[in-house]
Design a binder for this molecule. Sequence first.
Ligand code: FKS
Ligand code: ZN
Length: 343
Amino acid sequence: MKTVYSPLHAGHAGQMELVTSAIVPGFEKPSRAEFIKARVESEKLGPIIGPVEHDLTAAKRIHKADYIDFLPTVWPAWKAAGFEGTAMAFTWPTRGLRGDVPPKRVDALLGYYSFDAGATFVDGTWTAIKSSYDVALTAAALVKGGERSAFALCRPPGHHAGAGFMGGYCYINNAAVAAQWFLDQGAKRVSILDVDYHHGNGTQEIFYERADVQVLNLHGDPMVEYPFFLGHADERGASAGEGFNVNYPMPFGTNWDAWNASLEDACVKLAAYAPDIVIVSLGVDTFEKDPISQFKLKSPDYPKIGHRIAKLGLPTLFVMEGGYAVEEIGINAVGVLTGFEDK
Ligand code: FKS
Ligand code: ZN
């Protein structure tokens, strides 16, 4: 399997993150991608290639144009306003406020275009976002070109980003962009299987009323886990999309057996949908030692995930999402990929 990787992710570094009761160094840091890349090399998964640059047309097929156009302006506007440190939102247009009038200040616009304080900007952030998008589309093109699979080593991740907002370390929804791109290239149906620990609220929102993209999501129960406000089992899609969104919220402490039962059910539903392409939103923050998550998967479980996905027998694009136990992130992420290749 080929891996697509860009070193430009590394400029998205040194940002601060708001967590319950403190501001701490960001968990979503450059070493994550470097550990994965090193493991791709040491496991000899296959060649690592650079991305082809794309314009933003494919991003605007699923994201609002004003939102995408805002992203490259953030850091220059932040500097021009005389601010320093990490550009971070602090006010949001929630219930009872106007969500239809974009304010003029960059610090206010950050809130206008986000759902939490978790999508922050530093100097190299836009370049990293753009490289992550290029990585996803380049890997998608490999699969479209006939490869059985490809690995988009995306950083920053994407699955929390909705049509018009960022959040949870995510800006452009790489998996959703790739899904729409496959459809625009002639695919009839695409399935997105999101195995990240956190619910992919952005992916769900983007495709919620559509029948041409099936979205299957395995995650921590939003009653007690981030992103809290989406991801319940009764969210099954709407209008034409009724039945094409499936959520598997699971409790803290979920181990392989329970998690695998959800994966199995998702794979049966996926096979019944018979998509042309499978996109895996690949998060490995389900790992027992993940510092921000509460599931109990162990390193030997990850190849089993890849093995099950391979049994679907469909062209598969892996898009990197979360995972914060950096020492093991390469072992676990590449474990899924080698498990896929072993069949
Ligand atoms: C930690 C509170 C939760 C935000 C967690 C964001 C998770 C991001 C992710 C992605 F794949 F997008 F990277 N903070 N105390 O893992 O879902
Ligand atoms: Zn996650």
